[in-house]
Design a protein around this ligand. Structure first.
Ligand SMILES: [Fe+2]
Ligand SMILES: [Fe+2]
Length: 378
């Protein structure tokens, strides 16, 4: 099958000099828009000098690598001396390309999905390597510094994937690279089923009817369906069963009140899915999306702690809590998210109940209940 996009642009400063390059480098010699003409300037195995690159940089803004050499490019990029932020940005843009393919509702096909999952695996492998020197705490600042995309689901999926890898490593320090790739893929694809949900429902902050919410709640089933029943075919190293469990179970609550199956406890909910639930929750309340308010880290942790053993696996939460370095500030709001909070929903405002404000200047500290779901649904 023809690749949908056969070349991608690469940064000059992330090309290794002084060692043989493991991919062909191209420039676009055409000046006509939409009529690219890619010409190979350096073949695989060439050793480039700084001057070589500078010469080309004066003539061409971009260098390109063929899509089918993306894997080799990512590997050598991860090994370069560039800082992790640059590397993470490259990995993120590769992930965006694949997510774009996957979430392209008009051109969806199982073949594209299978092909994109293979690509995602390469991206997540590179992510695992870059995150090797990161803990949950440094990952937070890394994520904060990455460039963001205007479609929330993509940024969110990539963040969740990175949190999944890092939390899983904290839970299981002996985790194999293969396990980390699988939990990362689970995180990247956790909301896959949303491609079957009409966009106007997904992007409707706060105004969902009960019927619409029921439709959104089907996304774990849709995701499972696409991966397992949709004849998705991937290489042997990818275990779709494990990934589909993350996709299917990431909204299950540890106390058995989640959806779609009301699974309960560690026996029924896969470890990787329980990790994903925490990653999903944390990213939904700390990363800015359509609503204006996001929680500070102490507020987010206080809020999540109230769901410890209810929505969230208490042991994984505790490990997460120990690894997130934050000032357990006395001067912080004591918040409670409505029990109905669902990280999937596009809230205009987080459904927060303020229990009390701690400390001074807060004489207006009465309880404010902002539960959009309850209000809207009546
Ligand atoms: Fe979800
Ligand atoms: Fe999510």
């Amino acid at each position: 099958m023809e690749e949908r996009r056969s070349f991608f642009s690469v940064r000059y400063d992330l090309i290794q000099v002084g060692v043989p390059i493991p991919y062909d480098l191209f420039v676009n010699s055409s000046s006509i828009q939409d009529k690219e003409k890619f010409v190979r300037i350096f073949p695989t195995g060439d050793v480039l000098s700084k001057e070589d690159l500078e010469n080309y940089h004066q003539k061409y803004i971009h260098l390109y690598v063929s899509e089918n050499q993306r894997r080799a490019y990512l590997r050598s990029m991860v090994q370069s001396n560039a800082d992790d932020e640059k590397k993470a940005n490259v990995i993120k843009s590769a992930a965006l390309d694949y997510l774009n393919n996957i979430f392209d509702k008009d051109n969806f096909s199982t073949e594209y999905l299978s092909q994109s999952i293979e690509g995602c695996k390469e991206v997540v492998g590179a992510m695992v390597d870059v995150l090797d020197n990161h803990n949950i705490d440094s990952l937070r600042s890394l994520i904060g510094n990455l460039s963001f995309h205007d479609f929330y689901t993509y940024d969110h999926s990539i963040n969740v994937s990175m949190y999944c890898i890092t939390i899983y490593k904290a839970v299981n320090p002996k985790a194999s690279r293969n396990q980390l790739i699988h939990v990362g893929l689970g995180g990247l694809l956790h909301d896959l089923g949303k491609i079957k949900i009409p966009t106007h429902i997904l992007n409707n902050p706060g105004g969902l009817t009960n019927e619409e919410y029921q439709i959104i709640k089907q996304h774990p089933d849709f995701g499972l369906d696409l991966l397992i029943n949709g004849h998705c075919q991937v290489s042997e190293e990818i275990d779709l069963k494990i990934i589909s469990r993350v996709v299917h179970e990431h909204h299950e609550n540890i106390d058995g009140t989640g959806y779609p199956k009301k699974l309960k406890g560690k026996e029924q909910i896969h470890l990787m899915a329980r990790v994903c639930t925490i990653a999903d929750f944390f990213d939904a309340i700390t990363t800015k999306r359509t609503y204006s308010e996001v929680l500070s880290i102490p507020e987010a942790m206080n809020t999540m702690r109230k769901f410890r053993g209810i929505k969230l696996d208490p042991d994984i939460f505790d490990i997460f809590d120990q690894h997130v370095r934050y000032v357990r500030a006395e001067y912080t709001r004591d918040l409670k998210l409505a029990d109905s909070f669902d990280p999937t929903l596009p809230y205009a405002k987080l459904p927060i109940e303020e229990i009390r404000k701690v400390e001074k200047e807060l004489d207006f500290g009465k309880i404010t209940l902002v539960d959009t779901i309850k209000k809207k649904k009546g």
